[in-house]
Design a protein around this ligand. Structure first.
Ligand code: FAD
Length: 466
């Protein structure tokens, strides 16, 4: 009401968690200050989701154009202008980070360029980018400081040619060869980018398979496609040492068949990320961490009730869309609502070519949880739109409850999989049955029809499969 002082919320970190929280808190009537030490947009916009997808989009087009003679298009001497691609990447990043600045401004969020740390449970000190320091007192705080790459202590990992995803986005040229250490999402996206550009890629994964949280059938398909681009996989294997020999990196790989040496121009370390919490003064605020991240409850509150933690620094799932949703949940709780975080409908998206996307339980996870399930499969080679696009590597797979036909998981590999998964996420959110997917009319011809066919397949009623 008029005359009443607004609640002051300070947000530390301007990534997809922090900036979305700032906007939501402002919408709900808070006075919001956001402190960012580097650049608005965080990892996601600057060195994560966005720049990787710019590269992947161009690489995918490049691959498609090379195959375009099947589509009645003559395109000779197609090549990639790496410098131009790097410039485009910067342009898209500038556009989007600039956009975040505009959004914050239009929502009356005060942005301070600087490094914030807690001085007490109710105040932060900010080392300003332009020099000097300032102290801010506030009613509530949201910590959204994100994550950074983990570099394990392995001999030779300090050699300059050993890089993280940060450097892999800005290489001077396309390397002739690359060892990717870690077959998770980030590693596989880079493997896909560089293999498509002609780099000889070797993936080393300590676990028995790559992309371990994904449905195994989809993993086998992507491995087959990448193997066609000459990607070599060493699973149940680990890198024990990197040495430099005459400008080439010699990577020792301990595999079940013995130790081999793989030579490469670059070694990309993508074994995981860890929360950024050092130097934050958490002890001054009294905020507790657990397993290296900020401990929060389902309302995203830390042990100190007016301090919240969101995104990669606190979340069990390190994804931009999770960080943003957590930002909304935290802001709403600070402003007096009572919202909890629901991770059941979080989609995973992997932007390899073909793309992979998934929501809910895999077949194995469902069985391990004790569900009796039915499985429906629809290969995209039977989908009209995929045939039109000459892009038929793929599969839609449903895992549904045997008795109630409730959808437990949807898994897609193929073109536009990451866009199509929204239907699966919504189905899970609404606790939909296979029948409800089928009776929702899907436009023709679309890849989306394969989602209806997959649901039909789960009920033994598939139409477009011999
Ligand atoms: P961040 O984006 O890390 O932002 C945190 C911000 O806080 C940073 O800007 C940092 O400078 C700032 N900060 C830290 N400490 C302080 C301090 N003390 N004071 C002031 N500011 C501070 N996710 C997806 O969902 N889809 C993808 O396709 C995808 N691709 C990825 C590709 C790569 C190569 C990488 C590395 C990540 C990718 N991710 C993707 C993950 C995604 O980037 C993160 O989950 C997301 O950025 C997390 O958001 P956040 O707001 O928690 O943290």
């Amino acid at each position: 009401s008029v005359g009443e002082q607004k609640k002051h919320v300070v947000i530390i970190g301007g990534g997809p968690g922090g900036y979305v929280a700032a906007i939501r808190a402002s919408q709900l009537g808070a006075r919001v200050t956001l402190v960012e030490k580097k650049r608005l947009g965080g990892v996601c916009l600057n060195v994560g989701c966005i720049p990787t997808k710019v590269l992947l989009h161009s690489v995918e087009l490049f691959t498609a154009i090379k195959k375009a003679s099947h589509l009645g298009i003559v395109a000779e001497k197609v090549s990639v202008d790496w410098n131009a691609l790097m410039k485009r990447k910067e342009k898209v990043v500038d556009h989007l980070t600039g956009g975040v600045g505009i959004l914050l401004k239009s929502n009356d969020v005060e942005v301070i360029d600087g490094f914030a740390k807690f001085l007490s449970p109710r105040s932060v000190g900010v080392k300003l980018k332009d020099g000097g320091e300032t102290r801010i007192e506030a009613d509530s705080f949201i910590i959204a400081t994100g994550s950074e790459p983990v570099i394990p202590a392995i001999r030779g990992f300090d050699i300059p040619g050993v890089i993280t995803s940060n450097e892999a986005l800005s290489l001077e040229k396309v390397p002739s060869s690359m060892v990717v250490v870690g077959g998770g999402v980030i590693g596989m996206e880079f493997a896909s980018i560089y293999a498509s550009l002609g780099t000889k890629v070797t993936v080393v994964e300590m676990l028995p398979d790559i992309l371990l949280n994904m449905d195994e059938e989809l993993v086998q398909i992507i491995k087959g496609v990448l193997a066609r681009s000459k990607v070599v996989f060493h699973t149940s294997s680990k890198v024990t040492e990197v040495k430099e020999r005459a400008g080439v990196l010699a990577v020792s790989v301990e595999s079940p068949d013995g130790t081999v040496t793989v030579e490469a121009e670059k070694v990309l370390v993508s074994v995981g990320r860890r929360p950024v919490i050092n130097g934050l003064g958490l002890e001054k605020a009294g905020v507790i961490t657990e397993k290296g991240r900020i401990r929060v409850d389902s309302y995203l509150r830390t042990n100190v009730s007016h301090i919240y933690g969101i995104g990669d620094c606190a979340s069990p799932i390190m994804l931009a869309h999770v960080a943003s949703r957590e930002g909304i949940v935290a802001a709403e709780n600070i402003m007096g609502r009572s919202v909890t975080m629901d991770y059941k409908t979080v989609p995973s998206a992997i932007y390899t070519s073909p793309e992979i996307a998934s929501v809910g339980l895999t077949e194995r996870q469902a069985r391990e949880k004790g569900f009796k399930v039915k499985v429906g499969r629809f290969p995209l080679a039977n989908n009209g739109k995929c045939i039109i696009m000459n892009d038929i590597d793929g599969l839609v797979k449903y895992v549904i409850h045997e008795k109630y036909n409730e959808i437990l998981g949807v898994h897609i590999i193929g073109p536009r999989a990451t866009d199509l998964i929204v239907e699966g996420a919504l189905a899970l959110r609404l606790e939909a049955t296979a029948e409800e997917i089928i009776s929702t009319i899907h436009a023709h011809p679309t890849i989306g029809e394969a989602l209806a066919e997959g649901a039909l397949a789960a009920l033994g009623r598939v139409i477009h499969l011999p």
